[in-house]
Design a protein around this ligand. Structure first.
Ligand code: CUA
Length: 348
């Protein structure tokens, strides 16, 4: 290999390594969510159905493979005789009737029946949900509202453990699909419609959710988090979320609040408690409510962990993280950026 070519491969390798180092770490909370690792009532029933189908699939595969093997052995034995056994010809006629019609009807009938039974169980939960959440799918993030408590948040749903939660799903633009593999099956968000789903988690923890219907450029970065808490922790969270944002005390944060008002953030993002009476948001594409941004685990549709560095990168160059997203680049000098970050970090 010539030195020139070697050099070229070297440059390529270094480039790949650099690109690899730049890529944002996926936020999976230590594992990839699997529908076969259920932590919710709905997901458990779906996983059960999956195993039943898998069991039938394996049984039929073994049956077909066994018959094929038997036929091969029989064929080989047959070569030793000079003539085929003419009287045995009729028994072969039953095979297509049994294997081609009767058996598939029975198997498909059982699987179909079991699917309907599972679906009915998931769609009609036994008890009335005491907690209600409204979710609006937007390109490419999730608006989350608790109508009874007057809370609006984004990309993060908190629910109490062991309690059914009614989730109302709507979309502001195109079709999305709400999916928390470890808690429940998918449910589409369809324009002009409201779809309902009942989430019930068996264990506290953080479960990742994902948009499961292709909805444009940033479909893959339309994630969210479901935080399942004890009843006490959930009530505490509700109390905090109901409060408006506290007035900043730190001088940098006070300056940062001015940057938030003057740089244009306030035109798309609400912070409850801020003086935004004169802001008309009727003609803009709404951005996430930031009242309690600092209490969240992630930003940008769960594509980045929430920390100061990621927040800064997202504000300065959102089109690098999520090309095509509606968040515009903010041209801030470094002092304004630091002040703005200081302010955003006060939004607990
Ligand atoms: Cu929203 Cu895919």
């Amino acid at each position: 290999m010539s030195m020139k070519r070697l050099g070229r491969y070297g440059v390529l390798l270094v480039t790949f390594l650099l690109i690899g180092a730049c890529s944002a770490e996926p936020i999976s909370q230590g594992h990839t969510p699997s529908a076969l690792n259920p932590h919710g009532v709905g997901a458990a029933r779906i996983a059960e159905l999956w195993w039943v189908m898998f069991g039938f699939g394996i049984a039929i595969f073994l049956l077909v493979a066994g018959l094929l093997f038997a036929a091969l052995l029989r064929g080989r034995r047959g070569t030793n005789t000079t003539m085929p056994d003419s009287t045995a010809g009729d028994t072969g006629r039953n095979w297509p009737i049994f294997g081609g019609i009767a058996l598939p009807l029975v198997v498909i009938g059982i699987v179909f029946g079991y699917s309907i039974y599972t679906l009915a169980g998931i769609e009609n939960p036994q008890s009335i949900a005491p907690v209600k959440i409204e979710i609006v799918g937007r390109r490419w993030w999730w608006e989350v509202k608790y109508p009874d408590q007057g809370i609006t948040t984004a990309n993060e749903i908190h629910i109490p453990v062991g309690v059914p939660v009614q989730v109302q799903l709507q979309t502001a633009d195109v079709i999305h699909s709400f999916w928390v593999p470890e808690l429940h099956g998918k449910m589409d968000l369809i324009p002009t419609r409201i779809n309902n789903l009942t989430l019930q988690a068996n264990e506290t923890g953080v479960y990742r959710g994902q948009c499961a219907e292709f909805c444009g450029l940033q479909h893959a970065h339309m994630g969210f988090m479901v935080v399942v808490q004890s009843k006490d922790d959930f009530n505490k969270w509700l109390d905090v979320q109901q409060q408006p944002a506290a007035e900043p005390a730190d001088p940098a944060a006070v300056q940062g609040q001015q940057v938030f008002m003057n740089a244009g953030c306030v035109f798309c993002h609400t912070v409850k408690g801020i003086d935004d009476k004169d802001i008309d948001r009727s003609s803009v594409d709404l951005g996430p409510d930031l009242t309690h941004l600092a209490s969240r685990l992630t930003i940008a549709g769960a594509s980045l962990t929430k920390n100061r560095g990621n927040l800064a990168g997202w504000i300065v160059d959102p089109q690098h993280v999520k090309p095509g997203s509606l968040m515009p680049e903010m041209y801030l000098n470094s002092q304004d950026l630091q002040n703005l970050l200081a302010y955003l970090e006060t939004l607990h």
